[in-house]
Design a protein around this ligand. Structure first.
Ligand SMILES: O=C(O)CCC(=O)C(=O)O
Length: 277
């Protein structure tokens, strides 16, 4: 991944934090959102959960049997929706939050484009675990200049399924994921016999913290066995010159949250009739 820090140095992160991100492929950034901002985001999130989000069994595939016994697998659910800023002004402010955007400039800059946001709520008691995977498998890009950010609305720990990473795994680039079973297609994930949550590092975080990681960093999380929702929102940012080649929101331009979008020779304006085919 190209360095985002300019001659004047990082804006929000320390050089040690930028280096840690480059070496490990993930970084906890404490207190990006103030307690008041976090309360407002959580309140809007609860409104979206009640009004718009979908609760379903979540990701499909043979990993479910490897991660859960039969009764738990039947109970396990995920509450999710995409692009929260289309529905909530608090989330519109969150995706353009100056401290968060400054951190993205430190990691990707000077030009940063918003790609998407996605709610991941693990409901109480059997809230959906996540098998080991790279986010690249869901939105393929040409290179690693893409950072995912997990905004924490609840404090996380082992019992509610904090995020977990395989340090340095981003350096392997894109990996082949399981996407098919004899019964048909399934949600992309890495083979469970070779990629194990037990080998990962846990990154528990507090309300208002964000945990960011590279699109190629292998990660996953355990089930939520507590009596409360575990509420996270992922926001994806990229260098606008990192071409998307497949997956979620392909062909859709995003807001420029820092810098400018360089124009390539002959590149047309974005169509007012939707994404070009
Ligand atoms: O919400 C989680 O625990 C996992 C999140 C995740 O895997 C992702 O956002 O790609």
């Amino acid at each position: 991944m190209a360095a985002g820090t300019g001659a004047s140095g990082p804006r929000v992160l320390s050089r040690a934090e930028v280096d840690a991100f480059r070496t490990r492929g993930f970084l906890l950034i404490p207190a990006v959102f103030t307690p008041a901002e976090t309360d407002e985001l959580a309140e809007h999130l609860d409104g979206l959960i009640a009004g718009w989000a979908e609760t379903s069994p979540g990701w499909s595939g043979p990993w479910r049997q490897a991660y859960m016994d039969e009764a738990t697998e039947k109970k396990s659910k995920l509450t999710a929706m995409h692009d929260l800023s289309f529905y909530s002004d608090a989330w519109m402010r969150a995706v353009t939050n100056p401290k968060l955007v400054g951190a993205m400039v430190d990691l990707l800059g000077p030009n940063v484009e918003l790609h998407h946001s996605t709610m991941h709520v693990k409901p109480p008691e059997a809230g959906h675990p996540f098998p080991m995977h790279q986010d690249w498998a869901f939105y393929q890009h040409a290179d690693g200049r893409y950072v995912d950010v997990l905004v924490h609305l609840d404090e996380t720990r082992h019992e509610n399924g904090e995020i977990r990473f395989l340090p340095g795994s981003h350096r392997n680039g894109a990996l082949e994921h399981v996407t098919q079973t004899p019964a048909g297609p399934c949600t992309p994930h890495l083979p469970t016999d070779r990629w194990k949550l037990e080998d990962t590092v846990a990154v528990p975080a507090k309300r208002g913290d964000v945990v960011c990681f590279c699109i190629h960093t292998v990660h996953g999380s355990h089930i939520n066995v507590t009596g409360k929702n575990r509420r996270l929102v992922r926001i994806g940012y990229r260098d606008p010159e990192n071409l998307q080649t497949g997956g979620q929101s392909l062909g859709r331009p995003g807001l420029m949250v820092a810098g400018r979008r360089p124009r390539h020779a002959g590149q047309p304006l974005f169509s007012i009739n939707g994404p070009a085919s």
